[in-house]
Write a protein that binds this ligand. Sequence first.
Ligand code: MN
Length: 199
Amino acid sequence: MKFELPELEYAYNALEPNIDAKTMEIHHSKHHNGYTNNLNNAIEGTELEGKTIEEICKSEGLSGAVRNNGGGFYNHQLFWQIMTPNGGGEPTNEVGSAIVRKYGDFEKFKAEFSKAAATRFGSGWAWLCVNNGELSICSTANQDNPLMQEGCGGKPILCLDVWEHAYYLNYQNKRPDYINSFFNVINWRKVNKLYLEAL
Ligand code: MN
């Protein structure tokens, strides 16, 4: 059973003006597709073939090809799910309450998550995870993720791609503007579902 590029639940232009259609199209149909194909090639005929993507990410001693492309496959499929054209705002559901309990208020959470995303040098990701029932924020380099026990660890429920390919066409070097716009498209309903599953 090969991994397949997941379809988006919205059109490439649906997240405009926050994320432009061309960036979404290249990001999904070229970058994510490339990670998917390269992952399939890297695990073919190995003991990792047939495992779930979570199991692969948690495996010890991953080769560079599996680590980069397995992370690339997992990270992007989560990223597409936690965005929606009808997103943004402050969540009033269970994860919203957990954010206020942990960070004081939503703006403080937004500031800490944004700082993790802005200060990740070079290419990587910012994460919100559930770790033993507690929310935690971290960032990882390249296509690593918390399932690989880099950074904060735990189960990811929200992520932000800060590779230049995720924003450069529209935002050029202005990563903080891209981070700010991301908060307009977060699918808090989906994040809440992931939060409740991770408890
Ligand atoms: Mn990406």
